[in-house]
Design a protein around this ligand. Structure first.
Ligand code: PLP
Length: 420
């Protein structure tokens, strides 16, 4: 009893402490879900309806998971109650291995495949296992900002190389070369690209592979949109062109199977694995520490990747994603002072605003003002580590009528807009 009283006294004698976030987060930016999104949530809490053109999440826009995927999960759910092997179920990894073979990625065994709670978890894991303080990693600008955020959180330095709008948003090879130092450990490419919708050519990928080979860099290739390519073009995995370079290739089912909420992604290790043995040991340790990825979600990978691919119907003329791309591009073409590169893949477009015409010097403010005035949520270019205040990203997942009317709203908003 005395002891208990003593404990209580001790607890009471602690002052009220401010609970602070870790200083590790001080340099981490993740503005795709930053203040503008918070304002949108505040508006929604007040009962205001907001059109969300900010997240690449197909389900809320009426895209449904393929029926056989749902059936498969229903049938197998009872088998998914326990942890799986930390890398994932054999059946899932075998299917991903065969997928790697179809993409001509050489020398991949089941052992080289890791499933994840989305690609997101695996990106974080790879950065944590790789980067020490001061290590540099080349990341595109604009980027999918999770790459920059996780590299920074891991203690590394994200060095941004330029993607060139005037060259179909292709990475600027000279800029990549210029930014390599003796601290550079890896290069990240996002192909097909978020936020630009670019799809990289074989020639460009060979040039990037040559750089990685020459400087001994790891290639991280984020290919989550590889099955969402339009206009009859073919997606090429850079790992297929670099059998001698250590590559980590990421993909998953969030986008191609419209099941972002199931949280299922994977990564494939290929190329010079013996040179990366120590790093792979680190990856294995972190993979074990998270126990495993969602097992019911893993159980559908084999069904999802094999056979009929319903996503193909969305990306051909007459299909929703294809037609919505045409629609958003036409609508943007009609707005004075807006230009864009037509996306070839995924479901994003990254238009440029004439900032002189509209007197804009802060792209986040622009997104915030547009949200407040028109109740439409977009992401400003800065959210993708784009340094100029002259871009924004639109997710063109909503149906055509909604896209058309939202672009009319944008034109109307811009016609009376000025920041200074
Ligand atoms: C380029 C890119 N990589 C990774 C992800 C994360 O996907 P997942 O749902 O598999 O975590 C996204 C999601 O938008 C993305 O656009």
């Amino acid at each position: 009893m005395d002891n208990i009283n003593a404990q209580n006294r001790d607890i009471k004698s602690f002052p009220n402490r401010n609970i602070k976030k870790s200083s590790k987060l001080d340099n981490v930016l993740y503005d795709v879900r930053g203040p503008v999104v918070e304002e949108a949530m505040r508006m929604e809490n007040e009962g205001i309806k907001v059109l969300k053109l900010n997240i690449g999440n197909p389900a809320p826009f009426g895209f449904e998971a393929p029926e056989e995927v749902i059936l498969d999960m229903r049938t197998q759910i009872r088998n998914g109650q326990g942890y799986s092997d930390s890398k994932g179920l054999f059946s899932a990894r075998k299917a991903i291995m065969q997928y790697a073979q179809l993409k001509n990625i050489p020398d991949v065994t089941v052992n080289d495949i890791y499933t994840g709670n989305g690609v997101s978890e695996l990106i974080n894991l790879c950065m944590q296992a790789l980067l020490d303080s001061g290590d540099e990693i080349l990341i595109p600008s604009p980027d999918y900002p999770l790459w920059t955020a996780t590299a920074t959180l891991a203690g590394g330095k994200a060095v941004h190389y330029l993607c060139d709008e005037s060259s179909d948003w292709y990475p600027d090879i000279d800029d990549i070369r210029k930014k390599i130092t003796d601290k550079t450990k890896a290069i990240v490419i996002i192909n097909p690209n978020n936020p630009t919708g670019a799809l990289y050519s074989k020639d460009l990928l060979m040039q990037i592979a040559d750089i990685a080979r020459g400087y001994g860099l790891i290639i991280f290739s984020d290919e989550i949109y590889d099955r969402l390519v339009m206009d009859g073009e073919e997606h090429i995995s850079i790992a297929s062109l670099a059998p001698d370079v250590f590559c980590v290739t990421f993909s998953g089912l969030s986008k191609s199977h419209m099941i972002a909420g199931f949280r299922i992604g994977w990564m494939i290790l290929s190329g010079n694995k013996s040179a990366a043995k120590d790093y792979i040991d680190g990856i294995n340790m972190l993979s074990n520490m998270r126990l495993c990825s969602n097992v019911p979600a893993q159980s559908i990978v084999q069904t999802a990747l094999g056979g009929y691919q319903s996503v193909k119907n969305y990306i051909i003329p007459g299909g929703r994603i294809y037609e919505q791309r045409e629609c958003i591009c036409n609508a943007l073409s009609g707005i004075p002072g807006i230009s864009y590169v037509k996306p070839k893949a995924a479901f994003y477009v990254f238009p440029k605003i004439d900032t002189k015409k509209y007197r804009i010097n802060n792209d986040e403010q622009f997104a915030l003002d547009f949200l407040r005035k028109k109740r439409i949520l977009i992401v400003h270019g800065g959210g993708f580590n784009w340094q100029q205040p002259d871009h924004f990203r639109i997710v063109y997942l909503p149906r055509k009528e909604i896209l058309e009317s939202s672009m009319n709203q944008l034109a109307d908003f811009l016609s009376g807009y000025s920041q200074f």
